[in-house]
Design a protein around this ligand. Structure first.
Ligand code: HEC
Length: 102
């Protein structure tokens, strides 16, 4: 019973803190990176802009398929990027083609 009371009290504290809290509004800088046009560009733009700017792609030293595969896999497995295997393959091919070794 004491535990229940504590839980109720905690809920009240959390709830009232939420009500009293001020709304913070932030404005993100506009995305200024335009990716090269090509097959897979749409999927890359949609999937890779979710968490960070696309300049994470354009400022990387050009990598081959294996390099980009590693990056995409890391985004999915380590950071939880919600990308289907099908899109991942398309994105890897796109990146290796347009942002590969020059
Ligand atoms: C779920 C969020 C998320 C998504 C979606 C995401 N990334 Fe990332 N990415 C991160 C985080 C977190 C880092 C590392 C933290 C940092 O440096 O800001 C990172 C870092 C990177 C880096 C820097 C090198 C490295 O390995 O740390 C590259 C390149 C990159 N991302 C490419 C991509 C590409 C390409 C995609 C689309 C396939 C993508 N990201 C989608 C979260 C994400």
């Amino acid at each position: 019973m004491r535990l229940l009371t504590a839980a109720v009290a905690l809920t009240l504290v959390v709830t009232s803190a939420g009500v009293a809290g001020e709304t913070v509004s932030i404005t993100l800088p506009p995305e200024s990176i335009a990716l090269d046009a090509g097959r897979g560009m749409d999927q890359t733009q949609t999937s890779c802009r979710m968490c960070h700017s696309l300049d994470y792609i354009t400022t990387q030293p050009g990598g081959g398929t294996a390099q980009w595969q590693g990056v995409v896999t890391k985004m999915m497995k380590v950071y939880g990027a919600p990308i289907s295997d099908q899109d991942a393959k398309l994105i890897e091919e796109y990146l290796a083609t347009h942002y590969g070794p020059r």
